[in-house]
Write a protein that binds this ligand. Structure first.
Ligand code: GLN
Length: 394
């Protein structure tokens, strides 16, 4: 018997399959180079792998404390103090989650009433819209306008209403590569204070940046008490499949978030929490090296894209480049992305998947450079001939 899709909840009806993960599957099918989904193709640091093996050998196999193993919460609190001067009590302000993905959804579920509004800067990482919808909230989008991908302060102000519960800020930013300046963060902070709104910041790329410093919005005046800071091990330690993320928030908010987290996942993988705790002791030398290595990868890909005719922007942080596809004679991003996988052997993510008004991203494609320089060189070689190939196609 076929069960009618009418049984599905209304709130999931607008969801499409994650385009990022769809591109990964398509790429595997055609044997292409995957510059679509943001996961590294290189090894994690030996220290974190050794610590994971040790934890399993030591039979750390049962549930950790729901809101995170004490060893990890202690290291997280210490890291925020050391790196950013934030006062974080590991007992009342830290929740360890199954990746920053779970951190975001657990936070929104804990914060939002049905009908609340959540401001999202657009283009955005594709999870935020569905996250808000699952939490019963309404996402309100404010554009980051190219070429600088800056927001207009007046437009942002106009988006705040009496129903606004939270604003999601992602810096360093996926997909634009922006690292928001102190002045920009001050604008967001000022509006959040004025309208009594919670700032939920996704800082998963905090250590992957090339120019200015990373400024957690929680460190701005009056913001510690109204900021939920999200980060995790995935990008910093090249372990995206481990699913270890975390939330730093004031005790009152943490109390609510921990309850949601408990019922949703019980906890993140126990032995891997021990390993991440060990990795957090690697210290600032590790983070500096990470940024230097990513800068080299960025430069390889940006050079390759430039030679191929994409006129790419140079990201200030994170590991993505947004490119214009129009020089290739395409005006539909999905069509271009599919053609690129099939005929050129390189995968990217269609730009429209980062926009609520999909037409705003129709002329864009996102490539990631969290790959070895050799692979990026090979992708660049393939892309070099793409324009000619595209010309012959029509
Ligand atoms: N954050 C990564 C990206 O944007 C991975 C997304 C995912 O598949 N969870 O590509």
């Amino acid at each position: 018997m076929r069960v009618a899709s009418g049984h599905l909840a209304q709130r999931t009806m607008g969801f499409t399959e994650s385009v990022i993960r769809e591109m990964t599957r398509l790429c595997a099918q055609y044997g292409g180079i995957n510059l679509a989904q943001g996961f590294p193709n290189f090894a994690a640091p030996a220290a974190i792998k050794d610590a994971a093996k040790r934890a399993i050998d030591d039979d750390i196999n049962q549930y950790a404390i729901t809101w995170g193993a004490k060893s990890l919460r202690d290291r997280i609190a210490h890291a925020y103090e050391e790196l950013y001067g934030m006062a974080v009590d590991p007992e009342t302000m830290v929740t360890v989650t199954c990746g920053s993905t779970e951190a975001m959804i657990s936070t929104l579920l804990a914060l939002c009433e049905a009908g609340d509004e959540v401001i999202v800067l657009e283009p955005f990482y594709e999870n935020y819209g569905p996250d808000a919808a699952i939490a019963g909230a309404v996402p309100v989008f404010v554009p980051l306008r190219p070429p600088a991908f800056a927001f207009d302060p007046d437009e942002l102000r106009a988006a705040f209403t009496s129903r606004t519960k939270a604003i999601i800020v992602n810096t360093p930013n996926n997909p634009t590569g922006r690292v928001f300046t102190r002045a920009e963060l001050e604008v967001i902070a000022g509006l959040s204070r004025e309208h009594d709104v919670i700032c939920v910041t996704d800082e998963i790329y905090e250590h992957i940046r090339y120019d200015g410093p990373h400024i957690p919005i929680a460190t701005l005046p009056g913001m510690a008490e109204r900021t939920v800071t999200i980060s995790g091990a995935s990008k910093t330690f090249s372990v995206t499949g481990w699913r270890v993320g975390w939330i730093v928030a004031p005790p009152e908010l943490t109390g609510g978030i921990r309850k949601v987290h408990d019922f949703v996942t019980v906890g993140a993988p126990a032995p891997l929490q021990e390993a991440v705790a060990a990795a957090l002791s690697l210290g600032s030398g590790y983070y500096d090296r990470l940024a230097v290595e990513y800068r080299a990868r960025r430069d390889v890909l940006v050079r390759g894209l430039d030679s191929a005719g994409f006129a790419p922007n140079r990201p200030e942080g994170a590991y993505y480049v947004l490119c214009d596809i129009r020089p290739f004679g395409f005006d539909d991003d999905t069509e271009f992305a599919h053609w690129l996988i099939r005929d050129v052997g390189v995968a990217g993510v269609p730009g429209s998947s980062f926009f609520s008004r999909r037409e705003l991203g129709r002329h864009l494609i996102r490539f990631t450079f969290c790959k070895t320089e050799e692979l990026l060189e090979e992708a660049s070689r393939r892309l070099l001939g793409a324009r000619e190939r595209a010309r012959r196609r029509v």
